[in-house]
Design a protein around this ligand. Structure first.
Ligand code: ADP
Length: 494
């Protein structure tokens, strides 16, 4: 219990120790346990072998004694008896009165001395059922008592055999083992610590790099070692994360500077007209009318821009909520066409061609907003008197609703077609502005693209400079045909 508490406290403390020291500590501890276990097993093994051997020699000698016909033959073995008592085995015979009647080696230790030093608790490796252990100075002796009846008289045959004469040498081995274990442990600890530190070097570098990173400079990267291990993976992941952060941060910075730039123009114009008003506006009615008109149109542009910016901010923060529901494309197209006709006036001719009935899953507000963006662009980039068409039909093979929004305006060069969906991208704005078209902000199509993506709608462009533009949208149909039928018959949902 005490040990458990102490160990608990110890490892609690190690929480605050460096990872490298902690790893070394764990590893040293493991090594210590392994070394201690090996040492103990070796010692036990050596002792077991020694005791076992001595026991065997006594048993063989005892067997020879039992085979003798009489006491005289035991005391005076004949040549044909061969090796009677094995070397080192001493036999003492006592009669039933406890009197010593035979001693195979009178120079051996005295009986009283042997009896005084007999151990009460024999070591674990001793066979204590059959043998007693006598231990004194550096000597360990096995003793085996064997009662025997010869000529109807009881005798006690006592055998002795030295197990280890040099008890000290075993002690010496023990000490050497202990010392070499300790030295090995120390070396292992030092080498281990150095190795762990080296292995954890990339982690320290990672830490240093992480510390060096500032919000306005995300260019720092850590060196990726070619080892291909977990740390290489960690470093690569870390660098990739920084790449992403840096890209995102740069895009954010560009967005802010582009947005400010866009806002500056209308603000400058408004400021200019306000100045003009202040000087001459009250006296000259034409100046007053022009200034008011300009301020109004500029502030409208600014409002549209701010609304677009807010929409983008919401999509970036994943806050734009889409209320997806089954919508009848026919109703959507009729409604959008009606409103666009009002907005365009008699500048262009807007025709609603096919408008098949079919259901799609979409958010009504943003879907209409997307169509409005395409159609307003068509109106913006088509000279007066042009034609704009909306053509929508069902395509069952592809399970889509195909929608073509076309104009015969200025068209888009192939090189620009991929870029027009980028934020703030405008094709040669001076060209369109000079042509008397209202200048856009370059945000419309990026918003339309976001809406299309979030509805799984694909957009293709068919356009050439001077030929006009067709935006082809493929809107996924509501998958279930049964649903489609239910909705087309009065919009009731079961
Ligand atoms: P803007 O506010 O400039 O219209 P958009 O993102 O809506 O921004 O469009 C990006 C650019 O794509 C426009 O500046 C314009 O040059 C080009 N564009 C978009 N639609 C058309 C079109 N129907 N015909 C010709 N050019 C177009």
């Amino acid at each position: 219990m005490w040990l458990r508490n102490k160990l608990g406290e110890f490892f609690q403390d190690t929480k605050y120790v460096q990872l490298s020291s902690r790893l070394t500590l764990w590893y040293t501890l493991m090594l210590l346990v392994i070394m201690a276990a090996t040492g103990l097993f070796t010692l036990a093994g050596v002792n077991f072998v020694l005791y076992h051997q001595a026991g065997q020699e006594i048993e063989i000698s005892a067997k020879h004694v039992r085979q003798q016909p009489d006491l005289n033959r035991i005391m005076n073995p004949q040549d044909e008896d061969g090796l009677f008592l094995l070397p080192g085995v001493v036999l003492r015979i006592f009669d039933d009165g406890g009197k010593l009647v035979y001693d195979s080696n009178p120079h051996y230790f005295g009986m009283s001395h042997l009896e005084e030093n007999t151990l009460e608790n024999a070591p674990v490796w001793a066979d204590s059922d059959r043998f007693k252990v006598v231990q004194f100075r550096s000597m360990v002796i096995y003793r085996h008592d064997m009662p025997m009846t010869i000529d109807s008289r009881e005798y006690n045959m006592v055998f002795f055999k030295i197990v280890t004469a040099e008890h000290d040498s075993l002690e010496g081995i023990k000490q050497i083992l202990l010392l070499s274990d300790l030295a090995g442990l120390l070396v292992a600890m030092l080498v281990g610590f150095a190795l762990v530190r080296k292995a954890l070097q990339p982690v320290r570098e990672l830490n240093e790099t992480a510390k060096a990173i500032q919000v306005d400079d995300l260019s720092a990267r850590i060196e990726v070692s070619p080892a291909g291990d977990e740390l290489t993976e960690l470093a690569t992941t870390f660098n990739t994360m920084l790449d992403r952060l840096e890209r995102g941060f740069k895009a954010q910075q560009k967005f802010v500077s582009d947005a400010s730039h866009e806002l500056r123009t209308p603000l400058t114009v408004i400021h200019g007209y306000a100045d003009m008003l202040e000087r001459w506006g009250s006296k000259e009615p034409e100046v007053l009318a022009e200034a008011v008109e300009a301020i109004k149109s500029q502030s409208e542009e600014m409002q549209a821009l701010v609304e677009n910016l807010l929409f983008i901010a919401r999509t970036d923060q994943k806050r734009q909520i889409l209320k997806m529901q089954p919508l009848n494309m026919q109703e959507i197209l009729v409604d959008v066409a009606k409103k666009m006709k009002v907005a365009i006036g008699d500048k262009h001719e807007l025709k609603l061609l096919r408008h098949d009935e079919a259901f799609v899953m979409a958010d009504e507000t943003t879907l209409k907003e997307m169509l409005r963006i395409f159609l307003e662009n068509s109106a913006k980039y088509t000279p007066e008197g042009g034609q704009i068409t909306i053509d929508g039909w069902l395509n069952y093979q592809e399970n889509i609703y195909k929608l073509e929004l076309a104009d015969d305006g200025i068209g888009i060069a192939k090189a620009d077609q991929e870029k027009i969906f980028q934020r703030f991208y405008r094709v040669d704005s001076s060209r369109t502005k000079a042509a008397g078209q209202p200048g856009g902000t370059g945000l419309g199509l990026s918003i339309a693209k976001w809406i299309a993506d979030s509805h799984n709608i694909s957009i293709e462009i068919d356009s050439d400079l001077g030929r006009g533009t067709i935006f082809i949208l493929k809107i996924p149909l509501l998958q279930d045909r049964r649903d489609k039928n239910v909705f087309s018959k009065g919009g009731r949902m079961n």
